[in-house]
Write a protein that binds this ligand. Structure first.
Ligand code: FMN
Length: 413
């Protein structure tokens, strides 16, 4: 029986262990986590979600404090159209986060940044251009474009000197989305270097509707492989979503995938950015407590634990500090939901906002417990300690377990 280590992922001249750790914002897939993957010969992701806040926490900058001060006058205003991102500061924060991570990199693997295009930041094109260009400036090995994939995003950086040397990849959940992207980008003469096919069991936002359970990753991967073959396109396909053991990964590699992207198993590692008490919530989760709902203002369904504090919270929209989901017109569906409930409950401070959540603030505070469908199995990957808590794992342990395990076995610490 084969193991993941019998395969290699080829990206241009690079030969890698075919394991990618997926991007998890806000700083859940930390620099430390990505560095382990790179050291072990695979690919790690950092994320540029709320990059100013990540920089403030890591590098002692004060981007968020300064922005909050600048827009303080607007805090009680229901209209958030005034809030804008300073592009120089966005570039500086991105260069710090990416640059410091790349400086620390060791080993033959690579580090990519996950850029969710749904972070439209009240200026979708300009802010995305700056995010992508600054990550390239700071030496990132590659960029994965995700959530809200903008068909024109490659074009935003076509004049960057690293446009053809850095690896650029996209996340899709259907062959149709891939076809659209390739058609739209044909004139750039620059194909994606890899395509991540994310199925319905993934964590974070889903590229499916609430009927996600009807879809199956193996089928979508097979459709994408067949389409690429038919078009004579040699682009590695990376399967993602619900791949829990090395043997699960091997089934995709044997079917022709170039690699796998995994995330959930790393959420309970020491290097993961979630606070330790939240990691214990992930361990404790039961299958029926893992839900998919529509509280994310992005408009995409999102998977999370049902006891997520963000659900029902009536926190004031935090756009003066954050505002990453403001669309091109300064709107966000949480602002609408919050204002509606505020008006309907003039005498009740404890009202609930059930349909949407303030995703920026809650992700920033690790109060939105997004997770993959297999989270309920995490307790089987470690030992329970005498006090009832579960032992955290190292990212190296989990990575190597994917790399070398056979027969669906999971190595305990
Ligand atoms: C906690 C968590 C946060 C995530 N955040 C993001 C994100 O910010 N951007 C993104 O493109 N994917 C995100 N994902 C999806 C992962 O990158 C990955 O593709 C997927 O979860 C792989 O499936 P698995 O978790 O079953 O291994 C997230 C996943 C998890 C578990």
């Amino acid at each position: 029986m084969k193991r993941v280590d019998d395969f290699r992922l080829r990206l241009g001249k690079h030969e890698l262990v075919p394991i990618m750790i997926g991007g998890m914002g806000v700083d859940i897939s930390t620099a430390e986590l990505s560095l382990v993957a790179a050291r072990l010969g695979g690919i790690g992701h950092i994320s540029d979600a709320l990059v100013h806040d990540v920089s403030d926490r890591r590098f002692d900058t004060s981007f968020i404090k300064d922005k909050t001060k600048q827009y303080k006058y607007n805090i009680n205003n229901l209209d958030k159209t005034d809030i804008k991102f300073d592009l120089d500061q966005l570039a500086e924060a991105t260069r710090l986060h990416v640059g410091k991570t790349m400086e620390a990199k060791q080993g033959d693997g690579m580090i990519f940044v996950n850029c969710m295009e749904k972070l439209t930041m009240n200026g979708p094109r300009d802010t995305l251009r700056v995010r992508l260009a600054s990550a390239l400036d700071a030496g990132i090995d590659g960029i994965t474009m995700s959530a809200g994939l903008h068909l024109g995003s490659f074009g935003l950086i076509e004049d960057h000197p690293r446009f053809r040397d850095a690896k650029l990849g996209i996340i899709v959940s259907s062959v149709r989305a891939l076809q659209l992207f390739l058609r739209k980008n044909a004139k750039l003469n620059r194909l994606p270097d890899y395509v991540i096919v994310e199925g319905p069991l993934a964590g974070g936002h889903l590229g499916f509707g609430l009927d996600w359970a009807k879809y199956d990753l193996h089928t979508i991967v097979a459709e994408v492989l067949q389409y690429l073959k038919g078009e004579n396109l040699d682009i590695p396909v990376i399967a993602a979503g619900g791949i829990f053991t090395g043997s699960d990964a091997v089934t995709f590699l044997e079917a022709g995938a170039g690699g796998v992207q995994v995330a959930t198993r790393f959420t309970i590692t020491k290097e993961c950015g979630l606070p330790d008490d939240v990691k214990q919530e992930y361990f404790k989760a039961k299958e029926e407590e893992i839900i998919v709902n529509t509280v994310s203002p992005t408009g995409y369904p999102m998977r999370m634990l049902s006891n997520t504090p963000a659900i029902g919270s009536n926190i004031r929209p935090g756009c003066e500090a954050y505002g990453y989901l403001l669309d091109g017109n300064g709107g966000c569906s949480y602002i609408d939901a919050y204002n509606r409930e505020l008006e309907a409950n003039p005498n009740n401070k404890d009202f609930k906002v059930m349909d949407k959540t303030c995703l920026c603030t809650h992700m920033r505070n690790f109060k939105c417990w997004t997770c993959g469908q297999t989270t309920y199995r995490l307790k089987d990957t470690t030992r329970q300690l005498p006090d009832g808590t579960y032992e955290l794992l190292t990212a190296e342990h989990v990575f190597r377990d994917y790399q070398f395990s056979v027969n669906n076995e999971i190595a305990l610490p």
